[in-house]
Design a protein around this ligand. Structure first.
Ligand SMILES: Cc1cc2nc3c(=O)[nH]c(=O)nc-3n(C[C@H](O)[C@H](O)[C@H](O)COP(=O)(O)OP(=O)(O)OC[C@H]3O[C@@H](n4cnc5c(N)ncnc54)[C@H](O)[C@@H]3O)c2cc1C
Ligand SMILES: *[C@@H]1O[C@H](CO)[C@@H](O)[C@H](O)[C@H]1NC(C)=O
Ligand SMILES: *[C@@H]1O[C@H](CO)[C@@H](O)[C@H](O)[C@H]1NC(C)=O
Ligand SMILES: *[C@@H]1O[C@H](CO)[C@@H](O)[C@H](O)[C@H]1NC(C)=O
Ligand SMILES: *[C@@H]1O[C@H](CO)[C@@H](O)[C@H](O)[C@H]1NC(C)=O
Length: 474
């Protein structure tokens, strides 16, 4: 259990804290004796992306000796503030300086530090010979947490998840050893890392297989305001489309639902001439006329910029935060009565909620999706069959308190499907929902893979050094 100094010095700066934890002083002395500094600016370091969950980690590396729980922070974007521990009193390791991106020009394998942020990584890969891999759209997300739990963006329907591009990880284990996890080394650990990585160690380096960046893409944003009946019809169209071979592998599509209407967003990897007949056939099935329509071609970086909705060059000291509750659903097929209930709730409860909420429905899996095409037992990501991926998000301004009981809004919306859904719904841990109990989290995030994950946890981290309120149990 004692982590040798050699391993710790790999992961400076170590977080110090003002937390009123008994072991604090003793452990701080130990750290000082080891010559490991805390951060100069503690408040900044421990401010989570989600301001609703302001946890306070404790000081100390030598904390392992005292049985402290350890959580690495890469980009700090966990919805449940899991990189702060997801509760008070954890030992957080800030990896912020570990953000290099180097492409090998013979293998095209990119070696990437865990705290690299997606916008910077995309630009760096592009600058080194126009390379790319599939990942999410938000430029501030850290690759460290993102790839260990999925990693979905506009290239995912055609190329798979970020974790599908991972070929190797270097990991510091709970006993302080540093190992390689890959197809050929510690495969059980590699399997577990790709879906549930935060429960197994600290990944200090990733190796990704890159592809040539696609240089011709079509992007679209069509804004609709549908009646309830039209919206209900659209859900039928999109669910059938996700389950059909009419949806080309090269197409990514999502509905962004908000109080003001629905944006139909997407990206097609190909030329305008290839795109037009495919898109027109789809539009013919969608009721109503868009209020605004923006369809344009771009290169790879142009498309990434479009869907980031912000500058994609991220500073080392990223300082953007929100104040919210969020949930997800990973659904294989939602029945007609469930879609009726979902739409009723949307047009009554959601549309009369004056907070700033949204719901995104992604065409995630299905017969033409690269995510579904990956052998289902090759990683611990449990949702390869899910046709749709939902993200539901409800936020208030950063300077006001999220209302007590406000979570009932999204819980109620998810329940319109969940209560009658056959089997387990499935949820995405990259949109971690701190409202789930540990047992619910295990079942919803990892479905049938949980038992195997728990066995691997027992092998690599029997005393649960790497722990948060929803992590895999040994
Ligand atoms: C604004 C925003 C936009 C997003 N957009 C997308 C999107 O388009 N697609 C998508 O799929 N997801 C998206 N997400 C979700 C995002 O993928 C997850 O929150 C992801 O886990 C964040 O990774 P991180 O390194 O930034 O976060 P962190 O909070 O640093 O880490 C998240 C979890 O991973 C663990 N972890 C971090 N680094 C390591 C490491 N090196 N070794 C072991 N464990 C580690 C942490 O301890 C924590 O449990 C978005 C999130 C936000 C806030
Ligand atoms: C902490 O760091 C942030 C980001 O660099 C900076 O904006 C802030 O002023 C710093 N605060 C102090 C007290 O140094
Ligand atoms: C690889 O090639 C690109 C140009 O194609 C160059 O910018 C980059 O520096 C090269 N990388 C290495 C590690 O030599
Ligand atoms: C999904 O598509 C398959 C293949 O066409 C079909 O057999 C199945 O019935 C579809 N699922 C539903 C629920 O319609
Ligand atoms: C690793 O093994 C999987 C099958 O489990 C295979 O699909 C994949 O191509 C292999 N990756 C590498 C880099 O060899």
């Amino acid at each position: 259990m004692l982590i040798p100094k050699a391993a710790w010095t790999l992961v400076v700066p170590i977080l110090a804290s003002a937390a009123a934890v008994n072991k604090h002083t003793k452990l701080q002395e130990c750290l000082t004796a080891e010559g490991i500094p805390g951060p100069a600016n503690l408040t900044f370091t421990i401010t989570p992306f989600n301001l609703r969950l302001p946890f306070t980690p404790v000081a100390v590396a030598c904390g392992v000796k005292a049985g402290l729980k350890i959580n690495p922070k890469s980009g700090g974007h966990s919805y449940a503030a899991h990189s702060l521990g997801g509760e008070d009193g954890h030992f957080m390791i800030d990896l912020k300086y570990w953000n290099s991106v180097v492409v090998d020009n013979t293998t095209y394998i990119a070696t990437v530090g865990p705290a690299g942020r997606l916008g910077n990584i995309a630009q760096s890969l592009y600058a080194q010979g126009k390379r790319a891999f599939s990942h999410g759209t938000c430029p501030g997300v850290g690759v460290g947490g993102h790839v260990l739990h999925g990693g979905y963006g506009h290239a995912s329907h055609s190329w798979g998840l970020a974790l599908d591009a991972l070929v190797e990880a270097q990991v510091v284990l709970a006993d302080g050893s540093v190992v390689i996890a890959s197809n050929t080394s510690n495969f059980d650990l590699f399997w577990a890392l790709r879906g549930a990585g935060s429960s197994y160690g600290i990944v200090t380096q990733y190796k990704f297989e890159t592809k040539p960046a696609i240089d011709q893409l079509i992007n679209w944003d069509l804004k609709y305001v549908w009646t309830k009946a039209q919206a209900r019809q659209v859900l039928d169209v999109f669910q059938a489309y996700a389950n059909s071979t009419d949806l080309p592998r090269e197409m990514s599509a999502r509905l962004f639902i908000a109080a003001s209407g629905v944006n139909f967003w997407g990206v097609y990897q190909g030329t305008q001439a290839q795109f037009d007949p495919i898109f027109n056939a789809l539009l013919a099935k969608i009721p109503g006329t868009p209020q605004t329509s923006n369809i344009f071609s771009s290169d790879w970086i142009g498309s990434i910029k479009q869907w980031a909705f912000m500058d994609i060059t991220m500073p080392l000291d990223y300082d953007i935060h929100e104040n919210f509750y969020s949930k997800s659903m990973m659904t294989n097929w939602i029945s007609a009565p469930e879609l009726d209930k979902f739409t009723d709730y949307w047009y009554s409860v959601a549309n009369s909620n004056t907070r700033d909420w949204y719901c995104i429905i992604d065409l995630h899996g299905g017969p033409t999706s690269a995510i579904t095409a990956v052998p289902h037992d090759s990683t611990s990501y449990a949702h390869r069959n899910a046709l749709w991926k939902f993200e539901l998000y409800d936020r208030v301004a950063n300077n006001v308190a999220y209302p007590a009981g406000g979570q009932n809004f999204l819980n109620g919306w998810v329940d319109t499907v969940k209560t009658t859904y056959p089997g387990t719904l499935g949820m995405y841990i990259n949109y971690a929902d701190p409202g789930l109990t540990k047992h619910e989290a295990h079942t919803e995030y990892w479905l049938d893979n949980y038992e195997k994950l728990s066995k691997i946890k027992t092998k690599y981290d029997p005393y649960q050094v790497f722990m948060n309120p929803q992590s895999v149990n040994s």
